[in-house]
Design a protein around this ligand. Sequence first.
Ligand SMILES: Nc1ncnc2c1ncn2[C@@H]1O[C@H](COP(=O)(O)OP(=O)(O)O)[C@@H](O)[C@H]1O
Ligand SMILES: CCCC(=O)OP(=O)(O)O
Length: 369
Amino acid sequence: MQDQIKRMLVINPGSTSTKIGVFDNDSSVFEKTLRHDTDEIKKFKTIFDQYEFRKNAILETLDAEGINISKLSAVVGRGGLLRPIPGGTYAVNKEMIEDLKVGYAGQHASNLGGILAYEIASGLNIPSFIVDPVVVDELAPIARVTGFPQIDKTSIFHALNQKAVARRVSKKLGKKYEDLNLIVTHMGGGVSVGAHEKGRVIDVNNALHGEGPFSPERAGTVPAGDLIDMCFSGEYYREEIMSMLVGEGGLVGYLGTNDAVKVEKMIEAGDEKAKLVYDAMGYQIAKEIGTASAVLKGKVDAIILTGGLAYGKAFVNDISSYVNWIADVIIEPGEDELQALAEGALRVLRGEEEAKNYSIDELNTTTVK
Ligand SMILES: Nc1ncnc2c1ncn2[C@@H]1O[C@H](COP(=O)(O)OP(=O)(O)O)[C@@H](O)[C@H]1O
Ligand SMILES: CCCC(=O)OP(=O)(O)O
């Protein structure tokens, strides 16, 4: 018997874009990336303040494309900074919405994924889901120890795309994800480098709050003592410092743009500062890959470079030149997050998997402040 078609709206809010898709079962029938300039995003004080702006952008786009949302079976969004949870598909519920609204583990555009999915779905009386949110936590116990007893390491990264790309590459290599050791490097608005040991991300930099390489809009690791001095200088509010680290750090801080394509044009036009900063971003990413290779004790089957920045040919060649002695470097530009979100929701809609319940009482929250 032929499967009844499940039409899903998929929403992926990133720091520099909102990506949307409409899927009939696992086939994409429409996809669009709505890019948001730094100046446009800077107008909003909090991530939640962007809700109306992003919702209108989504609904206007669907309307312009003649897509009738009343035919949807579900809405699925990228999950945000919740409490640490295992991977999987979760039904969006009120407890989750509360954590997303305040940003339980911090502020990031993905917090809006669940909220947008829930609000659009509620109006249509259909279910809403999130899949493999950025707080998926599979860290090895040894990776949690920071050296500063007051603070544990937190797992915040591009879990959805890292897992989806790792599975796709494993398949291409004719192996099971669970049998391989991979270093997956997602390079988008934020950059995360995950050490995947036999299907588990046992170590990864916190791609949001100042750990690891700098990125188009984040500072990455900065010298702690100097940062403390700045914080207590009396010159800045907390939010100002946080913005310098997340949103206005990295390429934005040095060059005033989160757009690597613009930076490449600046370099072509002879801008030496742009070249130094862009090279430094690649250098820092390569160093983080080196760290992950030590985590895996050198037993690395492949290094994967993915995310928007992986479209930059010179950029990935540069990173590759530092790390290709560790293992083969495989380039998977862009991301597969819309497809992965649709597939996660579809498994539940088809009854192949049960949606997980986000229940604060049942969650271990000890690893998050
Ligand atoms: N063709 C390209 N060449 C180089 N960089 C690119 C290209 N396309 C997109 N990018 C860069 O990738 C970054 C965004 O990556 P993306 O994965 O879309 O981010 P996010 O999902 O975090 O918003 C931006 O800096 C963008 O300029
Ligand atoms: C919060 C970790 C995921 C992340 O950094 O996503 P973007 O690159 O889309 O900002």
